[in-house]
Design a protein around this ligand. Structure first.
Ligand SMILES: *[C@@H]1O[C@H](CO)[C@@H](O)[C@H](O)[C@H]1NC(C)=O
Ligand SMILES: *[C@@H]1O[C@H](CO)[C@@H](O)[C@H](O)[C@H]1NC(C)=O
Ligand SMILES: *[C@@H]1O[C@H](CO)[C@@H](O)[C@H](O)[C@H]1NC(C)=O
Ligand SMILES: *[C@@H]1O[C@H](CO)[C@@H](O)[C@H](O)[C@H]1NC(C)=O
Ligand SMILES: *[C@@H]1O[C@H](CO)[C@@H](O)[C@H](O)[C@H]1NC(C)=O
Ligand SMILES: *[C@@H]1O[C@H](CO)[C@@H](O)[C@H](O)[C@H]1NC(C)=O
Length: 307
């Protein structure tokens, strides 16, 4: 009974059904294996190297990219996992939220979901689905972050004239780096103007893309370099530090006003605790010197002072 059916099947597949081979059970397996292999080849499947975790900045567009091979006539849909809301089917938006759109160019295997003006509430799971029987799906995770830059020595920095202004800015929780590199889009401002390298020599900026860190170095600061410095990465909120370049007066010149000066230095010391160890050591030394000089002045005979 099953032999004519098998013969028919083999003929349909264009394979030779001649001879007594057809009764060999292995032949049946061979047919099945060929069929199975052909099926997996044409079945749509996801590109295995697909990135599935994305970070986007608040207010910026967010993109999730799904790559489907051998899609043929099937369609790709984007689902929001939180409420199983169908966002897009093919290139059409199904959500009433018009911020969602599917991006696809003919001939490409990429079906992207675009969320215009991403909000923190858009964070969560998404699914890329292909309308096979049964359907196949791939999970994605989107995190929408409020990125804030930070200047390590901020918000206020006291620098002695003649030494360097060294500002380090870190864009924490920054979203995935765009295709252009970071040095081209972290800007340093003094007041309202971009720090001008041409106007004054001795300015350098070093930006490290991996750690999203930018360092502004201004050599041999003068009081004219004082101001409000702002670091503005393109995809983060900016950060500012007010830099005061104080002229480095000799402690000897202030001897008549030693106690007052000591407390001034103490204030500067407090404000600069997180800056430079050498600087603090210098100040500490000055304070000690002033302290002992003051003590000498009030407790010793004139002959001791004159020595
Ligand atoms: C067909 O596939 C099965 C299971 O994958 C395997 O055991 C068998 O050897 C295959 N037969 C042939 C003829 O390739
Ligand atoms: C599947 O897609 C690849 C390219 O992505 C193509 O080379 C191949 O011929 C396709 N196979 C079928 C059976 O459509
Ligand atoms: C996909 O990647 C996983 C893990 O990297 C691997 O185990 C699996 O064999 C891959 N599948 C294909 C079809 O390449
Ligand atoms: C600037 O400060 C950073 C850390 O605060 C330090 O690693 C770096 O060496 C400093 N650069 C200069 C030129 O002083
Ligand atoms: C970033 O861009 C600058 C100028 O366009 C280039 O000189 C530098 O090599 C780039 N850095 C990286 C890490 O790509
Ligand atoms: C420094 O500049 C930034 C950006 O212009 C501004 O937001 C901030 O209020 C300023 N800080 C001070 C203390 O003026």
């Amino acid at each position: 009974m099953w032999l004519p059916a098998l013969l028919c099947m083999l003929t349909q597949l264009g394979l030779s059904a001649g001879g007594s081979d057809t009764t060999d059970p292995d032949a049946i397996f061979a047919v099945n294996n060929v069929t199975a292999a052909t099926d997996t080849m044409v079945q749509p499947h996801f590109d295995n190297s697909t990135k599935r975790e994305y970070t986007a900045a608040v207010g910026q567009p967010a993109y999730l990219h799904c790559r489907v091979k051998n899609l043929s006539d099937r369609s790709v849909s984007w689902i929001r996992k939180r409420d199983l809301h169908i966002l897009t089917v093919g290139v059409h938006t199904y959500s009433s939220d018009a911020r969602f759109a599917a991006l696809h160019t003919d001939g490409s295997d990429e079906w992207s979901l675009r969320v215009a003006h991403a909000q923190p509430r858009d964070s969560g799971g998404y699914e890329c689905q292909v309308s096979t029987e049964p359907k196949i799906s791939l999970s994605f995770w989107l995190t929408v972050v409020v990125s804030k830059a930070e200047i390590l020595s901020g918000p206020e920095l006291f620098v002695r004239a003649g030494s360097d202004i060294n500002l380090t800015c870190i864009a924490r929780h920054a979203p995935d780096p765009p295709s252009i590199n970071l040095s081209s889009f972290i800007y340093w401002y003094r007041g309202a103007n971009v720090v001008n390298y041409a106007q004054r020599g001795g300015i350098s900026v070093e930006t490290e893309q991996r750690t999203r860190t930018s360092r502004l170095l201004i050599a041999r600061a003068s009081p004219r370099d004082s101001g409000n410095y702002t670091c503005a990465p393109s995809s983060s909120d900016s950060a500012s530090v007010v830099v005061h370049v104080v002229s480095g007066e000799r402690p000897a010149a202030m001897q008549s006003n030693a106690i007052q000066t000591t407390s001034n230095y103490a204030l500067v010391l407090l404000l600069t605790l997180n800056i430079r160890k050498e600087f603090i050591d210098t100040i500490l030394h000055s304070i000690m010197t002033l302290y002992f000089q003051t003590k000498l002045k009030y407790t010793s005979t004139p002959s001791v002072i004159s020595r």
